[in-house]
Design a binder for this molecule. Structure first.
Ligand code: C2E
Ligand code: MG
Ligand code: MG
Length: 636
């Protein structure tokens, strides 16, 4: 085997797995290299050689030997230097270095160890010593390597574990954060849901306009109050049912927005009057009040009185002034009441009684009212049937010129002759028909029948004087949107000239529909249909509407005519009405003339026309026709 200075040359081709280790021998003396190489190869080591320090460094980096045998004394770079550089190199620092020194060399052992050597061998070689030292160092190297690897593994494991733990901690923190956020979100959602639920509950129990308790809440509270009263009779209470008078007129004249504002203002006043007692808005212009601990009627009527007093002051809304009165029904707790609806029904009945008595007042319920209601319910049933069976006829009362006594026309007056009940006065069934809407079909029938009758008399040519027919029009009819259409249709159907028709309406019909009234009246005027104000003087005190509307005739109410006979000769009102009519170019018809004294007085006052038992009672069509046919035009 030969050596050259090339460190890469393999001295003995051993396969790595058979080798006991790879040893790099560095010596500038080929002989030494040879000896050592042979000996070590024989022992099963793989050996490479390098003849100089610089070759040794290259070889060490390239082949990564398990051990280096390094001669100290070499030309150029000595062994210490080589060792220093090996220890400084990253890939070579762990290779154990055994120094070889000749016996005569001054071996600096301290330096050998300082520069990183692990052992030293002195020449001439003791082969056994070399082998033992090499074997030692390789074993130590192996052990150290194993230890290092073990350490590295452990460190890696620790690192991994720390990394894993850090990751887990981060995950935990994130999870915790998410849980916190979720909980917060959930809490927020729950709070919001609770808020919405509370709001919904509030809305279900309160009136959105006035914020007052609504019908449901009032009913519930009333139910509880009734229950408590049944269990402890000292827990008596009173119920007030309040309805604003003529509130519809406010809505019609100023619109619902203003109407709503007025309602809010009314609610506020009521609240001030009732203090801690329960005040509710039942709907529309209806309010209810539950007065707890109210054993005496007097306390309840005092509250009602206080409310009415508080409403006397006008309401200022949007620059307008509103006077609102209210009708109040009162009912006291009684053991008979099982259900809140029963008590409310009776309070409502008492309230209606207050309205019927002239509004703006309060009425305490008593059981006789209940009977009245029942009989009027019965009457309503009968009335419906009467319309189906056509149990109505028209009577005609002549309207005469007071000066001559000549008939100028008739007023059509409806009569109900029931096969079961006999004659029923219109004063009784007309208000009922107004209330339940039956006046619409009934009124239409009256209008058609009256027009047809006058047209029949005209075509029969019973008389040559121009007659007109007065037909009463109820408030309800007047507010029907298709009123004009109906009239047109009837006039076409019956062929009665429009100027022969005179409609009688009351002041309230105009006032309660004041915005639509003007339009309707203009349309009537355009058709030459005449218009009378019936029962003039008994309704509104304001006369300003007369300027605004095209009115032809004022019919002075019978109550004023009655008084003309009295000893004190109370003529002032009639005089005023006649003067008013004359200055405004209207006719005056006096209603209910029963005596010649009244007739004379009226003539003196300048009243031109009249109607009354003195001339003729309302008669059926046949009699009226006969009167016309006989030429008996002059009455009185
Ligand atoms: P009104 O329109 O003021 O009619 C006059 C009422 O006075 C009639 O009563 C008539 O019979 C009565 N009367 C006439 N002359 C005299 C008299 O000299 N003395 C007395 N004591 N009474 C006299 P009636 O027929 O009972 O009608 C009462 C009210 O019923 C009417 O008052 C009118 O408001 C209403 N009415 C009658 N027929 C109709 C109708 O067809 N439609 C509508 N909407 N209302 C009607
Ligand atoms: Mg009339
Ligand atoms: Mg009248």
């Amino acid at each position: 085997m030969t050596f050259n200075t090339q460190a890469s040359q393999i001295v003995a081709p051993l396969r790595p797995e058979e080798s006991k280790g790879l040893i790099l021998i560095v010596d500038d003396t080929p002989h030494n290299l040879q000896i050592l190489s042979t000996a070590l190869t024989k022992q099963g080591y793989q050996v490479r050689g390098a003849a100089s320090g610089s070759m040794a460094l290259i070889g060490a980096r390239n082949i990564s030997p398990d051990l280096i045998l390094l001669d100290i004394k070499m030309p150029g770079m000595d062994g210490y230097k080589v060792c220093e550089q090996l220890k400084a190199g990253e890939t070579t620092q762990d290779i154990p270095v055994i120094f070889i020194s000749a016996l005569d060399d001054a071996l600096d052992k301290v330096k050998a160890f300082t520069v990183g050597g692990v052992d030293y061998i002195t020449k001439p070689f003791q082969l056994a010593e070399i082998l033992a030292r090499v074997e030692n160092q390789l074993t130590i190297g192996r052990l150290q390597k194993a230890q290092r690897q073990q350490n590295e593994r452990l460190q890696a494991e620790v690192r991994d574990r720390i990394a894993a733990e850090t990751q887990i901690q981060a995950l935990n923190a994130e999870l915790e954060q998410r849980v916190i956020q979720r909980t917060e979100r959930l809490n927020q959602e729950i709070a919001e849901r609770e808020k919405v639920q509370a709001l919904l509950k509030y809305m279900a129990m309160h009136d959105p306009l006035t914020n007052l308790p609504n019908r449901t809440l009032f009913f519930n509270t009333l139910k509880e109050a009734l229950q408590a009263y049944r269990e402890h009779s000292d827990q008596s209470f009173a119920l007030l049912f309040l309805d604003c008078d003529r509130f519809k007129a406010v809505n019609d004249a100023f619109g619902h927005l203003v109407g709503d504002q007025v309602l809010v203002a009314i609610a506020q006043r009521l609240k001030n009057c009732v203090g801690d007692h329960l005040l509710a808005r039942l709907g529309g212009d209806e309010f209810t009040i539950l007065l707890k601990n109210t054993p005496q009627e007097q306390i309840a009527t005092e509250v009602a009185h206080a409310i009415q007093q508080s409403l006397l002051k006008p309401f200022q809304i949007d620059g307008n002034e509103f006077f609102i009165s209210a009708s109040i029904g009162i009912v006291m707790s009684q053991l008979d009441y099982q259900q809140p609806a029963e008590m409310l029904r009776d309070a409502d009945t008492a309230m209606y009684r207050a309205k019927a008595l002239g509004k703006a007042r309060h009425v305490m319920f008593d059981t006789s009212m209940h009977e009245d209601v029942q009989s009027s319910l019965q009457l309503e049933t009968d009335l419906r049937r009467a319309i189906e069976r056509q149990e109505f006829i028209l009577n005609y009362q002549p309207i005469v010129a007071l000066e001559t006594g000549k008939i100028t026309g008739f007023e059509a007056l409806v009569r109900w002759i029931s096969p079961e009940l006999g004659f029923i006065s219109p004063g009784k069934f007309i208000p009922l028909a107004e209330e339940n809407g039956l006046i619409i079909p009934l009124g239409e029938w009256v209008l058609r029948e009256a027009c047809r009758q006058l047209r029949a008399w005209q075509t029969e040519q019973l008389t040559d004087i121009p007659l007109n027919m007065s037909v009463n029009l109820s408030v309800k009819q007047f507010s029907q949107p298709n009123l004009i259409e109906t009239i047109d249709q009837i006039l076409t159907e019956t062929e009665l000239p429009a100027h022969c028709l005179k409609l009688e309406i009351t002041e309230s019909a105009i006032m309660e529909n004041s915005d639509s009234a003007a339009k309707v009246l203009e349309q009537l005027r355009a058709r030459h249909i005449h218009l009378s104000i019936d029962d003039f003087g008994t309704g509104y005190s304001s006369l300003s509407y007369l300027h605004r509307f095209p009115v032809d005739t004022l019919k002075v109410d019978r109550s004023f005519i009655n008084r003309l006979d009295a000893a004190d000769g109370n003529t002032a009102i009639v005089q005023a009405i006649v003067t008013l009519a004359q200055t405004m170019g209207m006719d005056v018809v006096a209603e209910g003339i029963e005596t010649t004294g009244q007739q004379v007085q009226l003539q003196k006052l300048g009243c031109e026309y009249g109607q009354g038992y003195l001339f003729c009672k309302p008669v059926n069509a046949e009699l009226a026709g006969e009167m016309l046919a006989s030429g008996q035009h002059t009455l009185g």
